[in-house]
Design a protein around this ligand. Structure first.
Ligand SMILES: *Cc1c(COP(=O)(O)O)cnc(C)c1O
Length: 386
């Protein structure tokens, strides 16, 4: 019997969110405006951050964050090879050089113990990525940053709603960048935001996300109360979020904690079921206090499995179940090998994880019986009993 295709991720959009988009379309104001402003205020409260700037994407946010720190050509940014390539691309776009440090095998996060050795006189920024929604060990990173006079940009694209030692990401530290891409834990279609506590950074990003125009309400210049005159302080970008996007966000954010709760339940069932299967090596959690937002659940397929990782993904697809793949090791992409001389063997842990990892279906509207289907299909594909 053929069953519907079960994707590995799916956004959960309420009727209220859909109605809000329609209301926005009918209102006559569809780009940056009152709904973006309201969404930013809601994010400020949720993230406990004095400044939150909504943007077109998280990629835009990473780019602006580095420009806000006045990165100069050749400045080095320490980050992980085990991330979505936007992390590295934006470093290069901002004129910087990505200096990579291998990951810790169990959490797949940057190995904090290896950062010190990568610091040089040209290092300006440390950019940890909270992989899959698991917070990186931030205390030692901020401590290193203080000792060496560096700044920290947290690529928190996968980690809205994540807590580290009792504090929500976004409420402390230098700069955090969150994504609202449809695969992420909450969505605005495309979209992202920056959180910071630094008014100078917030001012810079406010201008540079909209052409470098000097006024916060520049988007409002054609309305009754707006002035048509403005000045340009620097050649800025077009990185603003639209009200159509914020209309979704206004309704997604209040549901985020319940989305994370459902994701956590599903992960607990995967963990409890798969822990006795020698075919899998499961993700393990660090000892420090944290709340994982479980953006992804990705175990490693071991050599005890009767088929390769790619064969496993293909067999699951054949059975109408989508399996994600996050990620290829970024240092092995053509550009990064060519431009920076990275090669196979440079970051063995990231490379090994990249060869074995899969992302199992995980999304808030996933039912228990859909998860049952994933588990029974995996057992069949792996030629074992549950
Ligand atoms: C999704 C993601 C990004 C990019 O987010 P967009 O909103 O799609 O630009 C950047 N870094 C990481 C780690 C991501 O997962």
């Amino acid at each position: 019997m053929s069953q519907d295709f079960l994707p590995f991720a799916k956004p959960a959009l309420s009727q209220a969110a859909i109605d809000e988009v329609v209301a926005c379309l009918k209102s006559g104001w569809i780009t940056t405006g009152p709904r973006v402003q309201r969404f930013e205020e809601m994010l400020q409260e949720y993230l406990q951050a004095p400044y939150v700037l909504a943007l077109s994407t998280a990629t835009a946010g990473l780019h602006l964050a580095m420009l806000a720190l006045d990165l100069q050509p050749g400045d080095e940014v320490i980050t992980t090879p085990y991330t979505f390539v936007a992390t590295l691309n934006t470093i290069v776009q901002a004129g910087g050089k990505p200096v990579l440090v291998d990951i810790e095998p169990h959490t797949r996060n940057l190995d904090v113990a290896k950062i010190q050795a990568a610091i040089t006189p040209r290092t300006r920024v440390i950019m940890p990525v909270h992989f899959a929604g698991l917070p990186v060990d931030l205390d030692p990173i901020y401590e290193l940053a203080k000792q060496h006079n560096l700044r920290v940009i947290e690529d928190a694209a996968q980690a809205i709603g994540t807590h580290y030692k009792g504090k929500i990401l976004g409420s402390f530290g230098d700069i955090q960048v969150f994504s609202f891409h449809p695969n992420k834990n909450m969505t605005t279609g495309e979209g992202g935001c920056i959180a910071t506590r630094d008014p100078a950074i917030a001012d810079f990003i406010t201008r540079m996300r909209f052409h470098g125009i000097d006024r916060k309400d520049a988007w409002n210049r054609f309305s009754k109360n707006g002035s048509q005159y403005y000045d340009v302080m620097a050649p800025g970008f077009k990185y603003n979020m639209m009200d159509i996007q914020a209309a979704l966000g206004i309704h997604q954010l209040p549901e985020l904690d319940s989305f994370i709760e459902r994701r956590t339940q599903l992960v607990q069932r995967y963990q409890a079921t798969l822990k006795d299967w020698p075919e899998w090596e499961l993700p393990t959690l660090p000892a420090y206090a944290h709340k994982h937002s479980w953006h992804l659940y990705n175990p490693l397929l071991t050599d005890k499995a009767p088929l390769s990782r790619d064969e496993f993904i293909a067999a699951m697809k054949e059975a109408n179940i989508g399996i994600g793949y996050h990620y290829q090791a970024a240092h092995l992409f053509h550009f990064y090998q060519q431009e920076f001389g990275y090669k196979t063997g440079d970051f063995p842990i990231a490379e090994k994880v990249a060869q074995q990892i899969v992302s199992l279906p995980l999304f808030p509207s996933m039912t228990d019986s859909e998860q049952e289907r994933v588990i029974t299909t995996m057992a069949k594909v792996l030629n074992r009993s549950i």
